[in-house]
Design a binder for this molecule. Structure first.
Ligand SMILES: NC(=O)c1ccc[n+]([C@@H]2O[C@H](COP(=O)([O-])OP(=O)(O)OC[C@H]3O[C@@H](n4cnc5c(N)ncnc54)[C@H](O)[C@@H]3O)[C@@H](O)[C@H]2O)c1
Ligand SMILES: [Zn+2]
Length: 340
């Protein structure tokens, strides 16, 4: 796996020449088809004559049914193991395309070109692929790194502020669990724009990549990446049943706030550190409408994939820039925290 920083995308030509694929197929959703594909095709001459597979945008597309249609599509196009699937899109496309490519004829070449902020710093890094199985998120999938993930900030220009803010939560998480200086830099961002966010991309990718390399099977250190996600996932799920549906990253922004508060309550971080962290997090995420009652979160938290037995297992902070994994949470301690 290679994560390649290539603002002008030019590195792609070299990788394609190196792989010398029998055929190139581009996977896009309807938005990346319109917003990103024209620029990519104009920029990379090697894509002249590439085939295109387009799927609807949205999380519902990340399914076995669509994967099956894509396998048939690849077959109809005459793809073989030495063909190359280029996944151009957000995390939905990189997860789905990675899954389809890693299983088609026991695995064909694939490259991710993440176009959402969340995919650039998170979904396209680390080699996890997958689709949802009915209500079960990412239930079917593979650990299979792409030949390369090619990151360019050029795609940030067409993303909505809301999508940028969602991806930014994972950047802030990376800073909080791994790098105080990087937190300092990230907390200075004053606007959700490509210009402000671009300087943060490389370090975020580096942090996730290092944790993945250290712990490919998610047995220990990689659990640091779950910070904000125990409460965040519960808030996300509850929002999806309400009229104020949150994006994953928005819910994680809220999860980071609450889990920072718990870290402080346990004396793992000082009140000065907590204040510093919360000033930034709250500025961006505190106003998002969401379920604030821990009693409502709790049933969902009990079902969290990351639990051990029937204990709720969480990652907290132990100082700014340091994660503290495998912490058991109790409902009672959640009841006292409030975002107000
Ligand atoms: N594999 C992993 O390790 C991992 C990690 C985190 C998240 N994920 C997965 O990632 C997915 C979420 O990713 P996401 O937030 O990128 O969602 P997404 O792929 O659905 O993209 C969000 C929206 O932005 C649009 N879009 C993407 N790039 C654009 C661009 N440049 N301009 C305009 N519109 C654009 C998409 O069409 C979509 O409507 C989830 O399925 C989640 O499970 C995977
Ligand atoms: Zn996340």
């Amino acid at each position: 796996m290679r994560n390649i920083w290539s603002p002008d995308l030019s590195a792609l030509s070299g990788i394609i020449q190196e792989l010398n694929p029998s055929k190139i197929i581009l996977l896009v959703d309807e938005n990346t088809h319109d917003r990103c594909l024209p620029h990519l095709i104009i920029t990379i001459p090697e894509l002249d004559g590439a085939e295109i597979l387009e799927v609807p945008a949205g999380e519902e597309t990340k399914s076995l049914e669509i994967a099956s249609e894509l396998w048939l599509g690849l077959n109809d196009l005459g793809a073989d193991r030495s063909s190359l699937l280029l996944n151009l899109g957000g995390g939905m496309i990189t997860d789905l395309g990675g899954f389809v490519a890693s299983t088609f004829r026991r695995g064909m070449h694939f490259i991710h070109i993440p176009t959402s902020l969340l995919a650039m710093v998170d979904a396209a890094i680390g080699g996890k692929t997958g689709v949802n199985l009915g209500p079960y998120k990412n239930h079917i999938g593979t650990f299979c790194p792409p030949q390369a993930t090619l990151v360019s900030p050029v795609w940030l220009e067409t993303l909505s502020q809301r999508q940028l803010l969602a991806g930014f939560a994972e950047i802030l998480k990376h800073a909080l669990i791994a790098d105080e200086n990087y937190w300092q830099e990230s907390s200075c961002v004053s606007e959700m724009t490509g210009d402000h966010l671009t300087p943060l991309l490389e370090r975020s990718i580096e942090i996730k990549e290092a944790l993945v390399l250290e712990d490919p099977e998610e047995k220990g250190p990689r659990k640091a990446l779950n910070f904000g996600h125990t409460i965040g996932h519960a808030i996300e799920s509850l929002s999806l049943q309400s009229e104020h549906k949150l994006l994953h990253g928005e819910a994680i922004g809220l999860g980071l706030i609450y889990e920072t508060m718990i870290s402080e309550k346990r004396g793992l971080i000082s009140s000065e550190e907590s204040e510093r962290i919360l000033a930034t997090l709250k500025m961006w995420y505190a106003d998002l409408p969401h379920e604030t009652s821990p009693d409502k979160w709790w049933p969902l938290m009990l079902k969290d994939k990351k639990n051990r037995g029937d204990e709720v297992n969480c990652t907290l902070l132990k100082g700014l820039g340091k994660a503290f994994i495998n912490q058991k949470l109790e409902l009672e301690e959640l009841r006292g925290i409030s975002i107000a």
